[in-house]
Design a protein around this ligand. Structure first.
Ligand SMILES: [Zn+2]
Ligand SMILES: [Zn+2]
Length: 73
């Protein structure tokens, strides 16, 4: 049984970049980013590091990468 806390649908590619600060996800020091991620939408696409177009909605947010489509939460 594969249990993940990430509820986003579809296969999620492994993130190469931190979606909060845009640095390589393999680098250390993203603890603050992980905490911020609980509260804030992503700013950078984890796959291509593009800036995402973020819209806050009453139910959460949507973040759109021109290359990889829309994330919601
Ligand atoms: Zn980070
Ligand atoms: Zn992307």
């Amino acid at each position: 049984m594969n249990t993940t806390v990430n509820a986003s649908p579809g296969p999620a590619p492994a993130s190469l970049y931190c979606d909060q600060c845009g640095e390589a996800a393999s680098e250390a020091g993203h603890e603050a980013c992980a905490r911020r991620r609980e509260l804030e939408p992503p700013r950078y696409c984890g796959s291509c590091r593009r800036r995402m177009v973020v819209q806050v909605t009453p139910r959460g947010w949507t973040a759109k990468c021109v290359e990889h489509g829309v994330l919601t939460a």
